[in-house]
Write a protein that binds this ligand. Structure first.
Ligand code: ADP
Ligand code: MG
Length: 742
């Protein structure tokens, strides 16, 4: 009898186990049984040979039509060819040998049925498999074995490798299933509530199904396993996090928060009110808040963060705001200082009652400014400290850190979150994570599954809409002239514009521009914007430096162009951003450094060059930079991509909707899930095999509810030993993968 954790070699023997380990990294019974069939062949139903593609490694079911054998021309040896057919198309199996191949000729007799496995290629206009492995399905020499193995109608076809064919996997699976003796980790009550079959049945059903209904029921149960185990881990993490102590910071009447609210030039949206109340409530408790605030671009997440920070400051604590880029940290510093006015001028004559200070700490500060910021953080003089990664350094200390706000989370790993949290002394600070763009609910539940989630769906009222148009520069070159004309019109009305290019240019070789990587659009591993991920064209992407020079000489002469990109020294970046924010630069020619969070309300138009080189969420995030004030925003997506191409479809989708949630789903459909799930899930032995985040949204939601309830009632899973054991295996594997990578 075997359990899932048993080493495979104990069950199928060393000889069979070795290649499975080497080629597919299947080491335990569980590894093998979770190596699911890619598809099923129905016995007697031949594979459509026309569907094969060159280069593919395939297993096909076909009938041998004819065989020929001839000596090789210039060398000793023979070529044996068997032509197999699906009734319409043909495929040639080619075998070379130094000697005669009579035995093969006897074996591969015309009329026989078999599975043939190898890499597809084309030779002299004919599809072929050179030296395929094969397994004949008609009885043959060992009739008894054949009868037992192929009694089933459905033949599983496994993801295979050169050394291990699909049918050797099937044979090992059969042996493992025969000796399998397992406890179902899923509590019976949950299984019954959702009509799920037992785990052992599901494993049998997916590997050796009787019919399609059998496959469906098995997949349903196995998907549940994936979702449920993961959600149980996450629920445990959420619960464990709340077991830490935090200093409660209840709202203090007539403090900075009230004064700030009174200064706000607008009404909060309903969503902001709700999320704000929830956050205010949670930081008033003596357990740390762990919350994700996700929302539409421009939905006003920063205000919520500032209000939470002020509540903490009112309670005697400090708050940090961690931004992903220097530009953004500086912008936050400027705008928050400005919004707070006298509330942030402690120690100055103009200060308000209870006033605090805001400090900025980034890598580029001069020595004196840096010393001052460090001192203000350490003394508690600065209630709010804003900065970049520089905040994570060991030297940075706080008097009483009560709240960590992470803007645009996906650039920061969990370790970085923890590095900041550790600065809080005994207790743990409250944690608020904000995403740049909306993310699909299931991604939030999976990637950020250890956090509670708040979502802002609406934009503040009175926001002028953004009109987006695709400009097909290849088909209609004169449209491009019109683009520059439009920018001149905006400028004539005193408004400002962005021109975004995928590349910096200059003498930096392609692919090393430092703005290229990591300019993500809201979900981890999102669009790289490096002009390679999505590009269909082979021309190098347009570059900021080249285009700026060209525009200055020509179509945009006299419009006060400024240039921004990640290779500028930080103080230069800040100077440029500032001059644009103040309106002394009219057009900002830039890379995606403006993507995240930059806020200049007078900027009304954005032209994105080579727009097809960006991903959907990134484009949405970029265009969120315009239309932030009273005036309608305009976004022009310039592309040379073919009208019928996938790229154009993506651009059309961006032009057609302003719904970031819709676009983020589209984005997710177009990338591999591993990219989205991040390192922990992207491993070869990812725990998500059958589950797809978009199609199984409903199932994931149900699994999350069940897991949360179960963990709340039985945090250590004392009443669920089988589940606890399964989780240990999952976590060990994750740990092992993590170590392998490190
Ligand atoms: P994001 O959610 O994309 O980070 P921001 O926090 O940068 O959005 O807010 C975008 C702009 O909207 C800012 O200029 C901010 O001052 C403004 N804003 C925020 N909330 C409101 C509101 N309720 N009404 C009007 N304007 C608002
Ligand atoms: Mg923001």
């Amino acid at each position: 009898m075997a359990i899932l954790e048993d080493p495979l070699r104990l069950v199928i023997g060393d000889k069979a186990a070795k290649p499975l380990d080497r080629a597919l990294e299947l080491r335990t019974v569980g590894d093998l049984l979770r190596h699911y069939p890619r598809r099923y062949e129905t016995r007697g139903e031949l594979t459509d040979l026309a569907s094969l593609r060159d280069g593919e490694y395939v297993t096909v079911q076909a009938v041998i039509a004819k065989v020929t054998s001839r000596p090789m021309r210039n060398r000793r040896g023979s070529i044996f060819e068997a032509t197999v057919t699906d009734g319409r198309g043909q495929l040639v199996l080619t075998f070379f040998s130094r000697g005669r191949q009579d035995w093969r000729e006897r074996q591969l007799a015309p009329g026989l049925h078999g599975l043939f496995s190898g890499q597809v290629s084309t030779f002299r206009g004919k599809r072929q498999l050179a030296h395929p492995d094969y397994e004949l399905l008609d009885a043959g020499d060992d009739a008894e074995r054949a009868a037992a193995e192929y009694a089933a109608e459905m033949i599983p076809v496994y993801p295979a490798a050169k050394e291990v064919t699909s049918w050797t996997i099937a044979r090992s699976v059969r042996v493992a299933l025969d000796v399998l003796d397992i406890q179902d980790p899923m509590p019976r009550a949950i299984r019954e509530r959702h009509g799920l079959r037992g785990l052992a049945d599901a494993l049998r059903g997916i590997h050796r199904p009787i019919d399609w209904a059998d496959v469906r029921r098995s997949r349903e149960r196995l998907k549940w396993d994936e979702a449920f185990l993961l959600q149980t881990v996450l629920a445990q993490r959420r619960l464990a996090a709340t077991a830490y102590l935090a200093t409660p910071r209840p709202r203090v009447p007539d403090g900075l928060l009230d004064a700030y609210d009174a200064r706000l030039p607008f009404e909060l949206t309903v969503g902001q009110e709700l999320a704000g109340a929830q956050i205010g409530d949670e930081i008033a408790r003596d357990h740390p808040m762990h919350r994700l605030l996700q929302g539409e671009v421009g939905s006003g997440k920063t205000v919520i963060a500032v209000r939470a920070m002020l509540q903490v400051v009112d309670g005697g604590g400090q708050a940090v705001l961690l931004a992903p880029t220097e530009v953004l940290a500086q912008q936050h510093f400027r705008s928050i200082t400005e919004q707070l006015g006298p509330l942030a001028q402690a120690g100055e004559l103009s200060a308000a009652e209870h006033a605090t200070r805001v400090a900025l700490l980034t890598g580029s500060l001069g020595a004196a400014a840096r010393r001052r910021a460090l001192a203000e953080a350490a003394s508690g003089g600065a209630g709010i400290v804003i900065g970049t990664h520089a905040l994570l350094e060991e030297k940075v200390q706080f008097a009483d850190l009560g709240l960590v706000v992470i803007d645009e989370q996906h650039r920061f790993g969990v370790e970085q979150r923890d590095a900041l949290r550790d600065k809080a002394g005994d207790g743990r600070p409250h944690l608020l994570v904000m995403t740049a763009t909306p993310i699909p609910r299931t991604v939030a539940m999976t990637v950020f599954g250890d956090l509670e989630i708040s979502t802002l769906t609406e934009l503040p009222a009175g926001r002028a809409p953004i009109a987006t148009h695709v400009v097909p520069a290849a088909e209609k070159p004169h449209y491009l002239e019109r683009v520059w004309e439009r920018l001149r019109e905006e400028a004539a009305q005193g408004r400002q514009c962005y021109v975004v290019c995928p590349r910096i240019g200059g003498d930096v070789p392609d692919g090393t521009d430092d703005d290229s990587a990591g300019q993500d659009g809201g979900i981890p591993g999102s669009d790289r914007g490096d002009g390679t991920l999505f590009a269909e064209s082979t021309r190098p992407a347009l570059a900021v430096l080249d285009l700026a020079a060209e525009l200055e000489r020509g179509p945009l002469a006299g419009l006060r162009l400024a240039v921004l990109h990640g290779r500028l020294p930080p103080d230069e970046k800040d100077r440029v951003m500032r001059s644009f924010a103040q309106g002394s630069a009219g057009v900002l020619v830039t890379t995606t450094v403006v993507e995240v969070g930059v806020d200049v309300p007078n900027a009304t138009a954005m032209v994105i060059m080579d727009a097809d080189r960006f991903g959907v969420s990134q484009l949405h995030q970029l265009r969120g930079r315009v239309g932030r004030g009273r005036h309608e925003g305009l976004c022009l997506l310039v592309t040379e991509a073919d009208a019928e191409s996938k790229s154009r479809q993506r651009l059309d989708a961006v032009a057609q909707t302003l719904d970031g949630f819709k676009l983020s789903r589209l984005d997710l459909e177009q990338r591999r899930e591993g990219d989205v799930l991040g390192a922990a899930q992207a491993g070869r032995r990812s725990s998500l095999k059958l589950l797809t985040l978009l199609q199984d949204e409903e199932l994931i939601g149900r699994a999350r509810r069940e897991a949360t309830e179960l963990v709340a009632a039985d945090p250590a899973l004392a009443r669920q030993p089988a589940l606890a054991a399964a989780l240990r295996v999952l976590l060990d594997q994750e740990q092992a993968e993590f170590l392998e990578k490190a």
